[in-house]
Design a binder for this molecule. Structure first.
Ligand code: XIL
Length: 363
């Protein structure tokens, strides 16, 4: 007896063949839209949620007609974060030129499928173009290039990207400011300046500070809270609308209580809260070579717990939950950390895992 997903896959293949026969390619026929086919598999995840459900998407899959990837992305999510295509090196490869094509194609695709696009990321110490890394100039010149970078990008996407991670990962684990080219050349106040420049370019754009380990590192969370309080105590105030908790977590860490406490501390500051890059690693020490039933169940419970914590946030502060990828096969953990892992809701065959049901049934 084939599984529902196998039936879906067979139907999808038949649909594609018909599509190729009659139109010369998929994606051109409204009648054979893979999104339609997916409705026979499961209801969209986002239809269960009262807040947006996002996914990180990348141009190689999106633009190369990776049909399962695109179908699952558009069917289940009503928000998307480009995983790489809006980073500094992708959008601003040379000092005097910007490269918009991939990001724009992704945006068009998301617009067609009524997915919100969250911009990621204007300022981060990784994936920085080499011209910027190697730049030499006065503090004023450094400010000018960073301001131009932020404002050009926000302005370019105005109307289609209404929220941005303005600064990502500016703090070390001990709560100190990280040494980055901007801090070292502009000074400690560069973060406040970035938020100010962003607001000037996009008065109604939601501006986020995004970081990892906030849900368990109280020292780092405290540093971020102090930054927010400092922003708000200034006259004029430095604008900030939300905090992104990346939420790259594992099956056993951090404890739910820590996550809840961190979330509560941001709740009380009346900011939007985004679980911005959720995934649940099952093999953080690289000890396992296969995914067992027991691991699947632990992961299901974990995804369920995370959603339940998110549900405690008042609706007007829920920006949404974004999952950092679709299938385990394309998770960043596999290639960035070079280890086998199964952190996402769908397996290598695009089959929903128990984690999928843990996530959905808690929404
Ligand atoms: C990751 C991407 O998913 C990878 O494809 C890329 O090679 C490295 O960056 N925190 C972030 C994200 O804020 O931008 C990172 O994304 C994952 C960690």
């Amino acid at each position: 007896m084939p599984s529902i997903s196998e039936v879906f896959r067979i139907l999808l293949m038949i649909s594609c063949c018909v599509c190729i026969l009659f139109t010369g390619g998929c994606g051109e026929s409204e009648d054979n839209d893979p999104d339609e086919m997916l409705t026979i598999m499961e209801d969209p995840i986002h239809s269960y949620a009262s807040y947006p459900i996002g996914v990180a998407i990348d141009s190689p899959h999106m633009l190369d007609d990776d049909i399962y990837y695109r179908s699952l992305a558009t069917h289940h999510h009503n928000s998307a974060t480009p995983g790489n295509d809006m980073k500094m090196d992708a959008l601003h490869p040379d000092e005097n030129s910007y490269s918009w094509d991939n990001a724009e194609e992704i945006l068009d695709f998301c617009n067609q499928h009524e997915m919100r696009v969250h911009g990621h990321v204007l300022v981060w110490h990784q994936q920085v173009p080499s011209w910027m890394e190697e730049y030499e100039g006065t503090p004023e010149e450094w400010e000018a290039i960073l301001k131009d970078h932020i404002q050009t990008i926000i302005t370019h996407f105005a109307g289609s990207v209404d929220s941005w991670d303005v600064v990502n990962e500016a703090f070390e684990e001990n709560g100190q400011l990280r040494h980055t080219i901007w801090r070292d050349n502009i000074g400690d106040d560069y973060i406040a300046k970035c938020f100010q420049w962003a607001r000037e370019a996009g008065p109604s754009i939601k501006l986020f500070y995004n970081d990892f380990s906030l849900s368990y590192n109280a020292q780092k969370m405290q540093a971020v809270l102090e930054m927010i309080d400092d922003f708000r105590s200034r006259d004029p105030e430095i604008p900030i609308d939300g905090i992104g908790f990346q939420m790259h977590i594992s099956d056993d860490q951090p404890l739910n209580e820590y996550i809840q406490a961190a979330v509560d501390s941001v709740k009380s500051r009346d900011l939007l809260i985004h679980f911005s890059e959720l995934d649940v690693s099952l093999n953080k020490f690289g000890l396992y070579s296969e995914l067992t039933e027991e691991m699947k169940i632990r992961q299901k419970e974990r995804y369920s717990d995370i959603v339940q914590i998110y549900n405690t946030i008042p609706r007007d502060q829920q920006f949404g939950i974004t999952i950092w990828g679709i299938s385990d096969a394309d998770s960043w953990i596999r290639y960035c950390f070079n280890r086998l892992d199964w952190p996402l809701l769908f397996d290598e065959e695009f089959e929903p895992k128990p984690a999928f049901w843990g996530f959905v049934t808690s929404l």
